[in-house]
Design a protein around this ligand. Structure first.
Ligand code: ATP
Ligand code: MG
Length: 183
């Protein structure tokens, strides 16, 4: 599962549609302070199903919507699209009918988020499971934020186990078992 494109519209400082092609190999994002580097990483985490606005440096999920600047009015919606190369057909069965998956999350002020995979509306859980199975996702240890290394070192054994299980890609299985048991 390889990310090939990230498109942002109205997300944080990216007021206009911004399209980024993600080439194979290592990608670096460089730029002066405040140009939106961290916003870009947050967009990636957001489209993968981040549910905590605190993890988005926000005081409410609507804060991810462009809030206006000197000469630009605020927007009422934000959208992030992540395109995934699925030619190896490793996506969960429900979404494994295409070589390319486009995962979209759109938020409207005071109306919450809607997720889509290849145009079909899905639950946040479907998106979260899609990435959990690929050992990535909003909470994945593949996304190392400031202070996270210190957290791993000082974590209690159970919390550390959760981090390692996420890295091993089995946390999606636990979620499904819990879901099955509560039905
Ligand atoms: P640094 O090098 O200091 O880490 P950075 O490139 O990571 O900087 P970001 O933190 O991604 O920068 O971007 C910060 C900018 O994004 C600030 O100018 C802030 O005002 C702007 N910003 C954040 N949220 C919004 C929003 N909802 N609407 C408009 N602008 C926003
Ligand atoms: Mg930053």
């Amino acid at each position: 599962m390889r990310f090939t494109r990230l498109r942002l519209v109205g997300f944080k400082s990216f007021v206009d549609a911004s399209d980024f092609v993600i080439e194979p190999g290592l990608t670096g994002v460089v730029g002066p302070n405040g140009c939106g580097k961290s916003n870009l990483v947050e967009a990636l985490r957001w489209v993968m199903g981040e549910s905590s606005y605190k993890n988005m440096r926000a005081s409410g999920m609507d804060d991810v919507i462009f809030s206006g600047s000197g000469n630009r009015p605020a927007r009422n919606t934000a959208e992030v699209m992540l395109a995934i190369d699925n030619s190896a057909r490793t996506a969960p069965a429900a979404f494994n009918d295409a070589d390319m998956l486009e995962v979209t999350r759109r938020i409207e002020r005071e109306a919450g988020s809607v997720y889509r995979i290849n145009g079909r509306e899905v639950r946040a859980r479907d998106v979260q499971l899609l990435f959990a199975d690929a050992s990535t996702g909003a909470r994945s240890p593949a996304m190392v934020g400031q202070g996270r290394i210190g957290e791993l070192i000082s974590a209690k054994p159970q919390a550390r186990r959760a981090i390692l299980e996420e890295a091993a890609g089995i946390s999606g299985l636990y979620s499904r078992r819990n879901e099955a048991e509560t039905r």
